[in-house]
Design a protein around this ligand. Structure first.
Ligand SMILES: [Zn+2]
Ligand SMILES: [Zn+2]
Length: 404
């Protein structure tokens, strides 16, 4: 088989990938409403001769059946690798001022999911062109609603990992903390698990001049906030990670009255399943203990959201060696630390091994470096063909390895 040059293939369609990204960027759609993006993705894949299927409402699954080069008669021996891009935007007003800025007021691709989608379409084109040389199948997961309720879970529930069975999953996120041209991943815990919570502290109202006749929900709730921070700093091993953020705090109706009720909401973020379990249990104990100490009561609701991303060791080695081979050893970015951000790619990794890698997009000479979820966020688009090529090589290398 001839040597496949994925980078050369990606660079030859660089303008097309950038154009796709800008088209998606101009018309951002938030989770569950990605109808135009869905149509664009579907048509693009179909034009490449890739079978498509709508899934999870506004998602698309594409299946590229490889020629199975080198694979013997048994079709069961053919592996299928999954590549995932998320497609949803955010309720953020774009402030970049670029010519292809969002044309929808209040909505923006501020998390780079436009880049993920465009880059993966580029990968589809590269791989479709060499399908005869592919030692297996590639399934493309264009996922809706990453920022919201978790499109990954819905895709899985609707059978995205089956027929044919996906045996490994890979995906990428753009990272403004990494220079353009670099990519990397870390094995193991990479993103945090999250548990959103709502607490209602209930006291007893009285005249502000007679606090002893009431139970001050504001004073008690303030102690709860403090105690939760004390838990993180004193009960959590400093080498483990937990963040408890109380993001909203509302109580009281009247300057001269003891508040009867406070409502708080926030998110518990933890790294790894053990920390998650321990922190959620402690959270409940602390809130209940503090309110009880002051004669108040609390309604506590803790939900289970994304599980965190835990990269498989072997799949991370594979992805990193593909990146190093394609971009050069010096462009393999050492991702030293996990992030306390969340990503529902981790749900795929609860079912199949895989790796979620980080793609460098920073280049201060072209665009200011600002964080994700910021109205000024933008990337150096030179990153797009790099992502397309890396996805293609990782998928190819996985299938080649799975075959042998
Ligand atoms: Zn995001
Ligand atoms: Zn994102």
């Amino acid at each position: 088989m001839q040597q496949l040059d994925f980078m050369e293939a990606a660079l030859s369609i660089k303008d097309e990938i950038i154009d796709l990204r800008r088209r998606i960027h101009q018309y951002p759609e938030i989770g569950k409403t990605e109808v135009e993006t869905q149509k664009l993705v579907e048509e693009y894949l179909q034009n490449l001769g890739i079978k498509t299927q709508r899934i999870a409402g506004t998602g698309v699954l594409g299946l590229l059946e490889g020629g199975g080069a080198g694979v013997d008669v048994n079709p069961g021996a053919i592996s299928t690798v999954g590549l995932r891009a998320d497609m949803d935007a955010l309720k953020i007003e774009e402030q970049t001022g670029v010519s292809y800025a969002s044309r929808r007021p209040g909505l923006m691709h501020a998390c780079g999911h436009d880049c993920h989608t465009a880059a993966l379409l580029g990968t589809a084109k590269i791989l479709a062109a060499c399908r005869q040389d592919l030692p297996g199948n590639v399934k493309f997961f264009f996922q809706p609603d990453e920022e919201g309720d978790g499109g990954a879970e819905q895709m899985i529930a609707e059978g995205a990992l089956e027929n044919p069975q996906v045996t490994a999953m890979f995906g990428a996120h753009v990272s403004p903390g990494i220079p353009v041209g670099y990519m990397g991943a870390r094995p193991g815990k990479s993103y945090a698990a999250s548990n959103p919570f709502d607490i209602t502290v209930k006291g007893f109202g009285s005249h502000g001049a007679s606090p002893h006749l009431g139970i001050d929900a504001i004073a008690v709730a303030a102690q709860v906030v403090g105690a939760l921070q004390l838990y993180v700093s004193r009960e959590t091993n400093p080498l483990d990670s937990a963040v408890i953020t109380v993001g909203t705090f509302h109580g009281g109706t009247q300057r001269n009255a003891i508040a009867e009720e406070v409502k708080m909401s926030g998110i518990i973020r933890t790294l790894g399943p053990e920390m998650r379990q321990k922190t959620v249990a402690a959270f409940r104990r602390i809130v209940e203990g503090i309110v009880q100490a002051h004669g108040a009561t609390a309604e506590i609701e803790i939900r289970t959201s994304y599980p965190g991303v835990v990269n498989d060791e072997a799949m991370t080695r594979l992805a990193c060696s593909s990146i190093a081979e394609l971009l050069g050893e010096d462009k393999l970015f050492p991702v030293a630390h996990p992030t306390m951000g969340t990503e529902d790619f981790g749900i795929f990794l609860e079912h199949v091994p895989g790796c979620f890698y980080q793609a460098g997009v920073a280049n201060p000479a072209k665009t200011p470096t600002v964080p994700l979820h910021n109205g000024q966020f933008n990337i150096d688009e030179d990153a797009l063909p790099v992502m397309s090529a890396v996805h293609a090589k990782v998928a190819y290398d996985y299938l080649r390895g799975a075959k042998s």
